[in-house]
Write a protein that binds this ligand. Structure first.
Ligand code: NDP
Length: 326
């Protein structure tokens, strides 16, 4: 399946003419997106809670209000507070200020995909989700190189939702490199799949490799440098991003290439495929993970899981080696 790619020429910034655009949450994404929108000639206000982080928004010259007041003034409200606090902050401070014809813009699909935002009737809901950290959303906009971005219209009450989404996407620099037509469900599922299937598998590979090599008498210094402390995997992944998984193989010795491809051919991926399918269908798409995460005491549960992971022998070896580094 291939997706539509929207470029700058698909976006019409006049969709925002005469509309008040509010960035709610002047954090990682909020500070970058507000600065980009302003530099794109879009009139902006900022909503942030009244704490020490409010000053940078004022210093940047934005008109700053409480989140509730900014939402009340907004025609187009960019929800840029952390996903885990969105349901309660949205219900208490933002939803009461939104009226029919307004647009809610989310930068992540999670809360829309799992029905955790009760958006008032008549309000458009769109997603403009940069696949980039906030700092780079700003620097790449300034360098005019763009970054990947997912766009969708989730609820089109006005008939103009996609046009608004593309105007916002262009304003933050999200169409410079081409924005991918997606959906909140797809964006959330892919994000969660990386986090819950791919990264645990990678961490498990390193943990298991450490245990096998340690049991054979190899030193912790040698093992961990080989695995990742040298920074070599980071270099390889930078090449993967440019040349592809197989394209970068040419940078390795013939022995290495032969060994990698021979090893790949001998692996049976069926167990991993079963596991990945289960995570995708049973945990993510079913909504089970979202329900568990909403119901749990997140900080306590996360602390328990972290404490458990810290008990692995790899964690102790890593702590010791990192403590010795200058
Ligand atoms: P941040 O952690 O940087 O927080 C953003 C803002 O939320 C801050 O201004 C913070 O205010 C405010 N905030 C935090 N808690 C509360 C609360 N309880 N009540 C009111 N305001 C609160 O968030 P991000 O920028 O990382 O994420 C924002 C959105 O962007 C999320 O939907 C995220 O998924 C998405 N996103 C993030 C990316 C990233 O790389 N960070 C990439 C792509 C999308 P204060 O400063 O006062 O604490």
């Amino acid at each position: 399946m291939s997706a539509t790619i929207y470029t700058d020429s698909d976006a019409d910034q006049t969709a925002l003419d005469g509309r008040v655009v509010a960035v709610l949450g002047h954090g990682n994404q909020g500070a970058a997106q507000a600065a980009n929108l302003r530099d794109s000639g879009i009139e902006m206000i900022v909503g942030n809670r009244d704490d020490e982080y409010l000053a940078p928004a004022r210093d940047a010259g934005f008109a700053v209000f409480s989140i509730a007041e900014a939402a009340r003034r907004a025609d187009v409200a960019l929800l840029l507070i952390p996903d885990e606090v969105q349901p309660s902050v949205f219900a208490e401070q933002i939803a009461p200020g939104l009226t029919s014809g307004n647009t809610l813009v989310v930068a992540s699909g999670y809360n829309v995909a799992f029905g955790l935002l009760d958006v008032p009737a008549g309000v458009d809901v769109v997603m403009v989700a940069p696949r980039m950290i906030g700092a780079a959303v700003r620097t790449r906009y300034e360098r005019r190189v763009g970054y990947p971005c997912f766009v969708s219209a989730e609820r089109d009450a006005t008939g103009d939702a996609l046009r608004t989404a593309l105007a916002v996407a262009k304003g933050i620099g999200g169409t410079q490199a081409g924005a991918v037509a997606s959906s909140a469900r797809e964006e959330a599922a892919l994000d969660l799949f990386s986090e819950q299937a791919i990264w645990p598998a990678i961490m498990s590979v390193f943990q298991t490799a450490y245990q096998v090599l340690h049991a054979e008498g190899f030193s912790d210094e040698a093992i961990l440098n080989e695995l990742y402390l040298s920074g070599e995997p980071a270099e390889i992944f930078a090449r993967v991003a440019r040349s592809g998984l197989l394209g970068q193989l040419g940078l390795h010795s013939q022995t290495s290439q032969y060994g990698q491809l021979r090893g790949l051919g001998r692996l049976d991926p069926s167990e991993l495929a079963r596991r990945f399918t289960g995570v995708l269908r049973d945990d993510i798409l079913s909504g089970d993970f979202a329900r568990e995460w909403s119901a749990a005491d997140p900080e306590r549960r996360l602390a328990e899981l972290r404490a458990h992971a810290e008990q692995h022998p790899l964690a102790a070896a890593e702590r010791a080696l990192l403590a010795e580094q200058p």
